[in-house]
Design a protein around this ligand. Sequence first.
Ligand code: SDX
Length: 437
Amino acid sequence: MTPSDVKATLSFSDGSPSMALPIYKGTVGPEVIDIRKLYAQTGKFTYDPGFLSTAACNSTITYIDGDKGELLYRGYPIEQLATNCDFLETCYLLLNGELPNPSQKIAFTKLVTNHTMVNEQMQFFLRGFRRDAHPMAIMTGLVGALSAFYHDSTDINNPQHREISAIRLIAKMPTLVSMAYKYTVGQPYIYPKNDLSYAGNFMRMMFATPCEEYVPNDVLVRAMDRIFILHADHEQNASTSTVRLCGSSGTNPFAAIAAGVACLWGPAHGGANEAALNMLGDVQKMGGVEKIGEFIKKVKDKEAGVKLMGFGHRVYKNYDPRAKLMRETCHEVLGALGLENDPLFKLAMALEKIALEDEYFVARKLYPNVDFYSGIVQRAIGIPVSLFTAVFALARTVGWIAQLNEMIGDPEYKIGRPRQLFNGATARDVKPLAARV
Ligand code: SDX
């Protein structure tokens, strides 16, 4: 962190002593005011529920410029990574800070490929779930359960343990997600095949059966791989912050990632892709494009509690660059499948157009985010709606791990322990039961 020449001074109108607060600047983006000594010197906390103005850490992994609609992984624009790299190269970049050279890519791919199987005992966890369990309920359980199998990689403070648990998690998420899917449809699990690409292997484990081989369609495999790249990391979002806070207690990496899975499930976060597709289905049932105006009216009428799922973002106050790339992928996939006239895609584009011209959305800088189009692509590929967020978790695992490792490797890190403004009852005595009216 580079100290700024400018200092912040906190002064109080009651004449209490003022306080100079250091300001630090990063390589790009907003500067930070260092308040770490505030409570010790003033006895006061800052107040920022939702963390709208709080930088919780010093990171070098992902940078977002919400006003420009810019997203960089280790300095590389997402548009270039999505076009010139595959997901495992992106994983290597997020974990190590640089893109792999050819020999590094071969070695990393081999390492991940050789860890794709899960312990045979894992299948017995699934049997405890109802067949109609939500895949994210299953994934929250399975990812946490991994910590029961890899005692040689649970010490988060051991760099070797961090390295092997990262590989195991990246490698096994596709296997676990496909197992969660197969369990809900009553089909046998398909084992990973080491001669397939990461995305191709996932799609085969999803769609092959013992009776019929699945021949991956290259356009769909590339689209799946791009979906993974677009979802790989995103600065200090809710689930990543959950992983950091959970990991700061020193718990094992599998448990910390399981906490991220649980947080991502929410409809305001990773669950929005499932909610966005269900929303498009609802508008379709209302009457499709002709009924968009009526639906938008409901969204603008706060009482209805209806949101335009897949729109809006805490950071992006411009178009989410991932949404643009996802919309392009929609065109490619639907074109390859002869579904150019897919009614839901047409409805989504019509809804986007109307929303972007509506003052309510313009005034609030609400643009499509990564979740608005990802469901349409995944549905076209054959991924069931209920599995969309599990696919998001599969892709975000590498980002969670990179952020967790960065925190653990930061000499300044401490266990996260926020404070509060207390407005509850002050001290009072317990009355004996008989005396309570
Ligand atoms: C992800 O953080 C990340 O980086 C997340 C993510 C990642 O990669 O990790 O990018 C992934 O989670 C994307 C976001 C997916 N969620 C959705 O699409 C759900 C719908 N969006 C909203 O719930 C909302 O936009 C949030 C949660 C994403 C952001 O909420 P904020 O920043 O807290 O903003 P807000 O709720 O204060 O909204 C500001 C205004 C409000 O209106 P007013 O009170 O000013 O009148 O905009 C309105 C909100 O009511 N608003 C919406 C809206 N989103 C915000 N109105 C209708 N539809 C929406 N989608």
